[in-house]
Design a protein around this ligand. Structure first.
Ligand SMILES: [Zn+2]
Ligand SMILES: [Zn+2]
Length: 141
């Protein structure tokens, strides 16, 4: 009985994590899962998020400010971080092959892992900033 309930709650959590570009911290997952199952506790959410990470269904990474973020995309990928809305976007193509080859050639080492941190302004925030600029201009005219 316990097992069935556990796997149903795990499925709810997995459902929240599935989809395009889902990056949430445990509390955000908890808020979403609670809507489907008000009986779920934050400890259960944490436990299942870590279990799903171990199972390779999702992955987690260290966020710069809020601790761990859970990522619905289990494949290795880089992130683009928007400084303005604080969201993470998946970078779906490889940007590093040439860089790795260059480092290996010049230093003689073998590169086994690489972490690239890309950050800036996402499209939505760029639009917003453009509109604000426009509005600013209108006020002066
Ligand atoms: Zn943004
Ligand atoms: Zn991601």
């Amino acid at each position: 009985m316990m097992i069935r309930r556990n796997s149903r709650q795990r499925q709810l959590i997995l459902d929240v994590m599935r989809g395009e570009g889902i990056h949430l911290n445990a509390d955000q997952v908890y808020q979403k899962v609670k809507q489907a199952d008000p009986s779920i506790g934050i400890a259960t959410v944490y436990r299942n998020l870590n279990l799903l990470t171990e199972m390779g269904e999702i992955q987690k990474f260290q966020d710069r400010s809020t601790g761990f973020m859970y990522d619905g995309n289990p494949k290795k990928h880089h992130h683009f971080y928007c400084r303005y809305c604080k969201r993470y976007f998946d970078v779906s193509f490889s940007v590093e092959e040439q860089m790795i080859r260059q480092v290996e050639d010049q230093m003689g080492v073998s590169v086994e892992d690489l972490n690239i941190s890309l950050e800036g302004c996402c499209n939505e925030c760029k639009d917003k900033q453009e509109k604000e600029k426009e509005r600013g201009k209108e006020q002066w005219n």
